[in-house]
Design a protein around this ligand. Sequence first.
Ligand code: GLP
Length: 223
Amino acid sequence: MRIRSNTYEKVCHLIASNIRDLVKHRETPVLGLATGTTPIGIYQELSRMRDTNFSSTITFNLDEYVGLNGWHPQSYNHFMYEHLFSNLTFHEKYFPTEKLYPYYDSMIDNVNGIDIQILGIGTNGHIAFNEPGTPRDSITRIVDLTENTIKDNSRFFDSIDEVPTRARTMGIETIMKAKRIYLVAQGSHKKEILEKAIHGEITPEVPASFLQEHPKCEVFYCE
Ligand code: GLP
C-alpha cells in the first residue's frame, strides 16, 4: 500500500469525482461519510455538483458523540447538515444514533454494503472513533474516547469539559467491509502516524493499520 501525496484541492477533487461516477452508475449508491476538518473540501466539491442527482444515494455516517443532541452545533449530525446535507438531496442519511446503532451493521448489510467510505485519521491512529486497542472484529458500538482524542477535539468546543467522553462508532469490521475506502490525512502533524499506520506493523494499537489488509483502500497525504 502506498501513500499518495498531492495538494488538498486535487485530492478532494479526485475523491468527489469518483463519488460522482459511482452515483451516476449505481442504482442505489451507498456512501460512508466522515466528519472532522479533513473531508470538508470533498463535501464542498460534491455540493457544487448541481448536475448530479444524489436523490437515490444512501449515506451512513461513521460516528456520533454520546450526549449531544443532533442539533448541537458540535454534533456530527449538525456538521453534516452544515457542510453537505443542506446543499444536496439524498435518499436516506443515517447516523449511529441511540436508536439505530445496535442495528447499524445489519442496516448497512441490508443495502449491500458501503460502496465508498471516506476516512480521516486521528493523531493517535484512530479511524472513526476506534481508539488504540480496538480489535479487528469490532462492530458499531459505544466507546470511551481517549484523553488524546478529547484534547484534539476540544478545539471545536468552548472548553475541554464540554467535549463528550463517549461516542457511538462503526467498528473496524464495519469499515473494512466497505468496497472502496479513501483515507485522507492533512497536515504535517498527521505525517508520522500515517506512515506508521500504512507502513508499520498491523496492530490494534494503531487502528488505521488494519486498512493495510483492505484490497481497495487508497491513502492520500496532503501538506
Ligand atoms: C474525529 C473523528 C474522525 C476523524 C478525526 C480527525 O475524531 N471521529 O472520524 O477522522 O476526528 O479529524 P480531523 O480531520 O479534523 O483532523
